[in-house]
Design a protein around this ligand. Structure first.
Ligand code: FHN
Length: 450
């Protein structure tokens, strides 16, 4: 009689906990993700050697994103490395950067530890190609940023690129040259993948054990030589180092383009979907997701990208994302001297002004109950309350919530909680009597108690 294979319950639970899948919502994942779901709003930071050329290589400029300059300007590796001695973050101020994020109402920061150019923006022991050894700055800004984030009460997280244009395992056949520049498709050299995966795991280990990030935000996963099986392995490796860490779906093949979620029936590794430069029209149902977006048109700093989104647009993006049950990760691209551009700081301050008064209607909320988009704005929900975000204020002083028939006990402006508003049920839905002038030019919030 063969012995029954007894797998200790703890082992089963651990395997279940480490089984990665965006669409698998379990009590373990709910517990791990609660802070992130409550946060709703974070800062993305793209900072690296690409801030030195700042979108201009020997007079060559482009509409392409700044952190891809090694690719679109087809800069050979040896040439790109020359930016390192020019990178001197003398104006880097961790307290100022974290303060700007906190002031905007952001609850976490995700910063590029290593982008596609392979340059480590932290003190890496497995690569000399890093900010401490290769630049005149010679210090580790990630240490300062991690410590300052915790001091100011924000979660600290890392972005890490799987594709690496500098590592010798990868190359690009650009115009017949066997180059490591990023122009065109990045290939893996024969037999070198295990070498590179081991290198990546070493860097991830030093990032996790050295800085204790709350999230590992992978990217650069689209290369042909990276598979979903590789992603599952990397997901489990990272979670084995820090079981409570969150990992996005770009660790494997679950992203599928800019919409950020592979909707096939296969389960993909990762904890949340990652729409990019867009907010899904109806959100992404049944999964956690985070829309990442630039403030102008580039992630990494470009000296001539002045196409900035307005504060109104950015605040309404935060609201729109939360109303669909997602997080909004808004990017800043510091200069080579370590400063956030003034135009970004102005927008962060403007967003913070709105969030200071109305943050209750964003943090800890879930998607509003409406299946079709409200004609005048958006809605979020939390603990027996509905938050109506009115972008277009009714000229006749009557705000109609179409088709809303649930009984409510009270309505008031979030900015004037002591002043109840009159309301009545009608054939069209709930009608709330509101002041003739909109309390806020960007979005006025009415709290409805149910
Ligand atoms: O290629 C990168 C790009 O440089 C940037 O980091 C964005 C941010 O999500 N991700 C990739 C493009 O999808």
């Amino acid at each position: 009689m063969p012995r029954t294979l007894r797998i200790p319950v703890l082992t089963l639970l651990l395997i279940a906990a480490l089984t990665p899948a965006v669409r698998t919502q379990t009590p373990e994942k709910d517990r791990r993700m609660q802070w992130w779901r409550d946060a709703r709003f974070g800062m993305f930071i793209h900072w690296g050697l690409y801030a030195v050329p700042a979108g201009d290589y020997k007079g060559q400029r482009s509409k392409e994103i700044g952190e891809w300059i090694m690719s679109w300007a087809n800069i050979p590796r040896a040439e790109y490395e020359k930016f390192a001695p020019q990178f001197n973050a003398v104006k880097f101020d961790a307290a100022k950067i974290v303060g700007a994020a906190k002031g905007a109402g952001m609850k976490y920061i995700v910063i590029t530890s290593k982008h596609h150019d392979g340059f480590a923006m932290y003190d890496s022991k497995v690569s000399h190609y890093d900010i401490v050894e290769s630049t005149p700055y010679g210090k580790d800004p990630m240490r300062a940023l991690a410590d300052e984030s915790r001091k100011q009460g924000l979660a600290f997280a890392f972005y890490y690129s799987i594709m690496d244009w500098h590592h010798p395992s990868q190359y690009v056949k650009a115009a017949g040259k066997d180059e490591t520049a990023g122009h065109g498709k990045t290939e893996m050299r024969e037999g070198q993948k295990p070498v590179y995966v081991a290198y990546m795991k070493e860097q991830l280990k030093e990032l996790i054990t050295g800085y204790d990030p709350a999230v590992l935000w992978f990217d650069g996963e689209w290369v042909d030589w990276w598979t979903e099986a590789d992603g599952k392995d990397l997901y489990q490796y990272v979670r084995s180092l820090k079981p409570d860490i969150l990992i996005n779906n770009r660790v494997g093949k679950g992203r599928k383009g800019m919409e950020g979620l592979n909707k096939t029936d296969q389960e993909y590794s990762g904890d949340f979907g990652t729409p990019e430069q867009q907010i899904p029209a109806s959100g992404l149902s049944g999964v956690d997701w985070e829309s990442c977006m630039t403030m102008n048109d580039t992630w990494g700093f470009k000296s001539y990208d002045e196409n900035w989104k307005s504060v109104e647009r950015l605040v309404q993006n935060v609201i729109d994302t939360a109303s669909k049950g997602g997080n909004y990760l808004l990017n800043v691209g510091p200069t080579a001297e370590g400063e956030i551009p003034a135009a970004s700081l102005e927008r962060l301050a403007g967003i913070g002004k709105w969030m200071t008064v109305n943050g209750e209607s964003i943090y800890g909320t879930t998607a509003g109950p409406f299946k079709t988009q409200l004609p005048w704005g958006r809605a979020t929900a939390k603990a027996g309350k509905l938050y109506l975000h009115v972008f277009n204020w009714p000229a006749d002083g009557k705000l109609t919530v179409p088709g809303y028939t649930e009984a409510i006990t009270r309505a008031a402006l979030l900015s004037q909680p002591g002043r109840s508003l009159q309301f009545k049920a009608t054939a069209e839905g709930l009608v709330i009597e509101v002041p003739t002038a909109a309390p806020d030019p960007i979005a006025s919030v009415i709290v409805v108690e149910r």
